[in-house]
Ligand binder design. Structure first.
Ligand code: HPA
Length: 278
């Protein structure tokens, strides 16, 4: 029998890490901008650099580390991705979502997505957090294109509840405990790497998006296909282009993400604790 090449590559990666670490995570956490050093607060129980895994996509963004970190957060076994690869770096979608799929094979049941995103909704401010309720991923190629790997999920995956309601409530409860307002909305993924034009931002708003970014939705599609429970939080690092007088820069995005990082970390930690309590 000829194996699906995507599934075959995934399995090869899995075999190569299985030998290195037997850790069985419950939660897979993808660290977005601002959360890059989230893992520093926890005792590492193992790490695997992406380049140690043969054929694994390695991020090309300057300053982005690329490794899996295995640790416990509030007693919950977690695998963190410090550094993700983006579609705009030139990788095929099947490689972009490979790490997400791999963490499911390691044993993760919950995928916790984080990112920095541009606010499209005029009610949002830079530095806000947005819990992702739903998404628009159809501006980027689906990671499910090509022969379906039946081992992973069905050909025609249901996307009616990508973001798990119970997990959403845990995020709301965590924000309430912290005494912070949390926005809720729809995340729309574009390819990037350029930021949007003002007309594109208007388009996103008309289509029902509240935030726009260059990651996350494709990972959620692949994860939902595999049967993960998913939740996600965007750090609104800026209002999207054309909504303010300021031109946009990666520096501004990074600075805002860094400024609210302590709150972001607390929100993530509290939510993971609740995930552990079920
Ligand atoms: N647009 C797209 N991606 C982003 C933005 C933005 O304004 N800010 C952070 N990531």
């Amino acid at each position: 029998m000829t194996m699906n090449p995507v599934y075959e590559k995934l399995n090869r990666c899995y075999e190569s890490i299985r030998e290195k670490i037997p850790f069985a995570p419950e939660v897979a956490l993808i660290l977005g901008s601002g959360l890059g050093d989230y893992a520093d607060g926890f005792a590492e129980e193992g790490t695997i650099d992406y380049h140690e895994i043969e054929g694994f996509p390695v991020s090309t963004v300057p300053g982005h580390k690329g490794r899996f970190i295995f640790t416990h957060v509030e007693g919950v076994p977690v695998v963190m991705m410090q550094g993700r690869v983006h579609y705009y770096e030139g990788y095929p979608m099947s490689d972009v979502v490979l790490p997400t799929r791999l963490m499911k094979l390691m044993g993760a049941k919950v995928l916790f997505l984080t990112n920095a995103a541009g606010g499209v909704n005029y009610d949002f401010s830079a530095g806000d957090f947005m819990m992702i309720k739903d998404q628009i991923s159809c501006f980027v190629p689906s990671p499910l294109l090509g022969p379906n790997a039946e081992e992973l999920g069905p050909r025609f995956a249901d996307m009616s509840h990508i973001y798990d309601e119970t997990l959403q409530q845990k995020i709301r409860d965590s924000a309430a405990e912290m005494g912070i307002q949390i926005q809720e909305g729809v995340y729309l993924q574009l390819t990037g790497p350029a930021y949007e034009s003002p007309a594109e931002v208007r388009m996103c708003r008309i289509l029902g998006a509240d935030a726009v970014g260059m990651s996350t939705a494709c990972e959620a599609v692949a994860a939902n296909h595999m049967g993960y429970k998913i939740c996600g939080i965007s750090c609104i690092s800026n209002l999207a282009c054309g909504m303010t007088e300021q031109p946009l820069s990666h520096k501004e995005v990074q600075e805002t993400a860094d400024r609210v990082a302590p709150l972001f970390k607390e929100l993530v930690t509290k939510t993971i604790k609740k995930i552990g309590q079920r």
